[in-house]
Ligand binder design. Sequence first.
Ligand code: C2E
Ligand code: CA
Ligand code: CA
Ligand code: CA
Length: 278
Amino acid sequence: QAFAAGQKWAWHNEEVDQAIGQKHNLLMELDRSIEDGKLVVVYQPKWDLSAQALDGAEALVRWSHPDRGLISPEIFIPLLEQAGRIDQLTYLVLRRALNDLGAWDKRRPGLTCSVNISAKLLSDSSFVDQAIAMVKAAAVSNGQVVFEVTETATLADPDASLLALRQIRKAGIGISIDDYGTGQSTISYLQRLPIGEIKLDKSFVQSMVTDKSNQVIVKSTIAMAHELGLKIVAEGIEDQQTMDLLMQYGCDIGQGWHISKPVSSEIFTAVWLDSVAE
Ligand code: C2E
Ligand code: CA
Ligand code: CA
Ligand code: CA
């Protein structure tokens, strides 16, 4: 037994120490960046494929690092999650998004704004209460704010997340299941949750023009979602052919580089609110 324990500690070598040190440094730098306002929120338009009109946008966070340039959320979100500090960042993004949505609403009433909510936060009741209070205090109407949660969130802690989702829905906030298709859950399980929308993962969408099996998955998921009364969003639309196929299949909303990359609120306002005709 003692021997096994000793072996386990053999893992604890210099490389591991270094990796832990780097993580720690990055977290400290992140703290400073949050204080200095170096976290940026950008918006990717959501395009209503059937109405051929702007539906709204998804808020996506960026870290503008003093020497390293823009750092992807794929790197620092997991760090904050592990450190148990993802709530701080989420409040920041939500506050910014609510503010920007309020400004857009004056020019173009009724747009939606989606905010990504980490899996773990659904079982944090003080987060859920505070996030709901923030949305209620904002100058936006029912259904304009959407929380995107991944399906793994709902599976990890089903009781707590169901409770949280019901509370969120009751407050008039929309719920979208992000990265749909990458997890284990079936659409019929998800339909029992108080959600309004599922978001097909970009891994299916990106290659659907050339990959026949992904094409079948996309087409049948759209049909199933509609049978169950859910809206469906496709992310990762990179060309016109993909967009045409999705429209042909009756997909409700589209997002992707072909429509627009994520942009600042200023550019979103100038390009999407001021110049695109209603
Ligand atoms: P996600 O929520 O699945 O967001 C979609 C990602 O796909 C975004 O990456 C977006 O920029 C990218 N994307 C959009 N259109 C295309 C396309 O046509 N092709 C390709 N290849 N990619 C496209 P991003 O902004 O780097 O965000 C990565 C992930 O980080 C997000 O995935 C989300 O899980 C997480 N994230 C971003 N912002 C936040 C946030 O404020 N809070 C939390 N908790 N997570 C966030
Ligand atoms: Ca998302
Ligand atoms: Ca996604
Ligand atoms: Ca993702």
